[in-house]
Design a protein around this ligand. Structure first.
Ligand SMILES: C[S@@+](CC[C@H](N)C(=O)[O-])C[C@H]1O[C@@H](n2cnc3c(N)ncnc32)[C@H](O)[C@@H]1O
Length: 176
């Protein structure tokens, strides 16, 4: 895997299971090149809003150029393990793809607090991780989380877990 998961995931399967509706607000946290944020933006339409957030300024600058000014995507530099610019209880879905393994344990707690703050009640968190087994790309196996390990790390209510590509799973959670 290079810097992004584009081309490696089953996007159709992901979108089918996220049940995105027009008018929703979605945060693509650690959005990378923002390719999923762009797909989400078409599904939420003009009445919806996408926040594409990444700690890498260069990636956000590129995404801003790509989407132009007339977009329902707000591309922002930020750290999802710290307080972001998003308002309390304002987000219907947080999407975090191939980012979780990067967080040290101390940052997982901060990540969870921030997601809890910005999600609406009963809203969704979707985490995509690479499977915890040898693969031709990706981080060392010791850094990866199995679905069970991921569920133990977070206090959100686990919903379903599905395969979203040969080497990846998506765990859906609901805010309590
Ligand atoms: C492996 S890439 C995945 C990018 C994208 N989500 C995808 O699936 O293609 C990880 C991304 O997370 C970003 N990132 C890492 N830690 C972050 C943090 N604490 N807050 C926001 N972004 C972060 C990195 O800059 C990088 O763009």
């Amino acid at each position: 895997m290079g810097k992004f998961s584009e081309g490696l995931l089953n996007d159709e399967m992901i979108l089918k299971n996220l049940t995105i509706c027009p008018g929703q607000t979605i945060l693509d946290a650690g959005c990378g090149n923002g390719y999923m944020a762009i797909k989400f933006s078409k599904l939420v339409g003009d009445t919806g809003k996408i926040y594409a957030l990444d700690s890498d300024r260069g990636l956000i600058a590129n995404l801003r150029k790509e989407i132009g000014k007339k977009s329902n995507i707000d591309a922002i530099v930020g750290d999802i393990t710290k307080r972001t610019a998003l308002k309390d209880a304002s987000v219907d879905l947080v999407y975090l793809s191939t980012v979780f393994h990067i967080f040290p344990d101390t940052e997982i707690v901060c990540f969870e607090n921030e997601i809890n703050r910005i999600l609406k009640p009963k809203a969704q968190l979707a985490i995509i991780n690479i499977n915890k087994e040898d693969s031709p790309f990706g981080p060392p196996v010791e850094m990866r989380y199995s679905p069970e390990e991921l569920r133990q790390k977070l206090s959100f209510v686990p919903k379903k877990c599905i395969d979203v590509g040969k080497h990846f799973y998506m765990q859906l959670f609901i805010k309590r």
